[in-house]
Design a protein around this ligand. Structure first.
Ligand code: F6R
Length: 585
């Protein structure tokens, strides 16, 4: 969470515009506030305000910032409210040091009280501000590089920090656990939270590893380890499809990304037969060799993983793959991991801190690590023994849609190798047919968007989908929704069903138990929306295959959510309080 971006070597008059463009590309990481600092003629000028980039820019006109060096930040608040003061950059008392930070300084209170005793005055409620004062204090006694070494030793927590000094044409960059990457361009160097920050400018990147710092200049850079010893890093060349970051003819990224689903599914399936074939086979081999598979994932990716477990267990009539899915933030409390376990991380961003922590825990216990990630070169991909790409392309709307569809397609492709019966060649066509039902779904949205609560019921494969549909409705339409096991409702929650409460029921094939659960709530006055491939229903799903039903029912939920949010006039792509990449625990 939080996006950071910096440039060394900009053309003087272009600095503000470049910073603006860079931070807009990272805004999906947080949009509570935005700020910039530009070094021009030995003086650092800072502009910052609460609100998303466009709003803050109208107020402050970032483009007028000049200079050759600048840093910028878009915030997802952790310590301190959404205010102008808490926006980054933060400065030292003498204004010689200016920083932006993504992460959490865990021992900030201790450091802050020590600095206050030494006379430092703090202007914000953030943990991040201590960084500026810390360096101000340190460089009174030692060179800044030595202060960076001390920082890595003394600071607890997570950080990607960019730091400027009034009297140096350089950016100092430090990283632990929060993502940071250097983009190498011909006439300048760029730093960003991920490669999206600069993928329109270069395809050459150097990824920071944990507990490293670097000094970046216009035409050179140097990385250092925890002892301040120089290290040589590999330059990676990455491939990026530029057109995907544009909204094109669509009013929102969410609907654009949903409409891309048939295409990205085809692309993924093709890659598994070509570019990713070797890796795919190795992945299968690792599953064969493991005694059990445990998925680690969060949010929507967890729902994909849960579906994966269902499909993995049904790979053969006798016994499928031994698999379990755990929510990453609880992984270490519930996982029983050893060297015969294969832990599979499922993550769109590849940066989710809870998943990274789960993988660290698994690594310590000698488990093998595999992953399925959408953002290439992400931390999770780089810490895996093997990784498959989800290939959904850049997803800009905060809610995951096409990445979920491709995660599930990838899991189905693996399950198929072990005997799960499905013809994936027609999946893309079935998705097209589902998307063509958008007007029917819009009508349902118009009927239920005013409700305060609703329930989504599923059983077996439709249970993870029910959870996913409910999550989409909550985060984008701000309607309280619960995704439940149909059989569990009668054990308590049914007390909440009143006359007119909408209940979406997902019934795949001849699931008579699910049908009975639906009748039970209908008898208590619920307004039923039946999504089924077998019975009479409000939305008919055109497949008899359980694997495809899961994908198509989830797409129904994505469209329903989108149209409800439109009725409610909500900020579809940037829902309140959320961020696309969750890099805090
Ligand atoms: C929901 C959503 C989140 C993410 C979750 C995990 O639409 O996007 O629930 O699924 O934060 O993120 P990744 O997949 O990046 O690990």
């Amino acid at each position: 969470m939080c996006g950071i971006f910096g440039i060394v070597g900009s053309k003087r008059k272009e600095l503000g515009r470049t910073l603006l463009k860079g931070i807009k590309r990272l805004e999906y990481r947080g949009y509570d506030s935005v700020g910039m600092a530009a070094l021009d003629k030995g003086k650092i000028k800072v502009k910052k305000a609460a609100g998303a980039v466009d709003k803050a820019d109208k107020k402050l006109n970032f483009s007028e910032l000049k200079g050759h060096i600048g840093i910028t930040h878009s915030r997802w608040s952790t310590h301190g409210g959404v205010t102008d003061f808490n926006a980054h950059p933060h400065q030292s008392c003498d204004k010689n040091i200016t920083i932006v930070h993504n992460g959490i300084i865990e021992n900030y209170e201790e450091i802050k009280s020590d600095l206050i005793k030494k006379g430092h005055k703090f202007r914000s409620e953030t943990d991040s501000e201590v960084i500026a004062h810390y360096f101000e204090e340190k460089i009174k006694q030692k060179p800044i590089k030595q202060a960076c070494v001390d920082f890595l030793k003394e600071i607890e927590g997570t950080f990607a920090v960019l730091m400027m000094k009034n009297d140096e044409e350089k950016i100092y960059a430090l990283k632990r656990d929060s993502p940071l990457v250097l983009g190498i361009c011909e006439e300048y160097n760029i730093l960003g939270s991920d490669i999206y920050a600069f993928s329109d400018r270069t395809d050459k990147a150097v990824f920071f590893d944990n507990d490293e710092f670097a000094v970046i200049e216009k035409d050179k850079y140097q990385f250092y380890d925890t002892k301040g010893k120089k290290i040589t890093k590999k330059i990676q060349t990455f491939v990026w499809e530029q057109e995907e970051s544009l909204k094109e003819k669509y009013p929102h990224f969410m609907i654009k990304e949903i409409m891309e689903e048939p295409r990205v599914v085809k692309r993924l399936l093709m890659s598994l037969k070509t570019d990713q074939k070797d890796n795919f086979n190795k992945f299968i081999d690792m599953i064969i060799k493991a005694e059990k598979v445990i998925f680690a994932a969060s949010g929507t990716s967890y729902h994909a993983a849960l579906l994966g477990v269902y499909y993995f267990h049904r790979c053969s009539d006798v016994c499928g793959i031994e698999a379990q899915a755990l929510i990453a933030s609880e992984f270490e409390h519930f996982a029983n991991v050893d060297s015969n376990t294969l832990v599979i991380a499922v993550s769109q961003s590849g940066e989710t801190m809870d998943v990274i922590e789960a993988l660290k825990f698994a690594k310590k216990r000698k488990a093998k690590i595999a992953s399925m990630v959408n953002v290439p070169y992400s931390s999770i991909q780089r810490m895996s023994d093997i990784s498959l790409q989800v290939l959904a392309g850049q997803e800009i709307c905060v809610a995951a849609t096409k990445s979920f569809v491709n995660q599930v397609t990838l899991l189905l492709s693996i399950a198929k190798e072990f005997g799960f019966k499905i013809n994936l060649d027609t999946l893309s066509e079935r998705i097209e047919e589902m998307l063509a039902k958008k007007d029917e779904i819009k009508k349902i949205a118009k009927k239920i968007y005013k409700n305060k609560d609703l329930y989504v019921l599923g059983r077996g494969l439709s249970y993870p989908v029910a959870r996913e549909v409910a999550l989409k409705i909550k985060e984008i339409s701000y309607i309280h929704a619960e995704g439940m096991m149909g059989g569990e409702l009668k054990h308590g929650t049914i007390a909440l069903i009143e006359k007119g409460t909408p209940v979406i029921s997902l019934i795949s094939n001849k699931d008579y138990d699910m049908l009975s659960n639906t009748k039970e709530v209908e008898a208590r006055g619920a307004k039923i929306i039946k999504v089924t491939n077998e019975f009479d229903g409000d939305i008919k799903i055109n497949t008899s295959n359980d694997g495809k039903f899961g994908v198509l029912a989830a797409i129904f939920g994505q469209l329903l959510t989108y149209y409800m949010a439109l009725e409610l006039n909500l900020p579809v792509d940037k829902p309140r309080n959320l961020a696309k990449s969750v890099t805090v625990k």
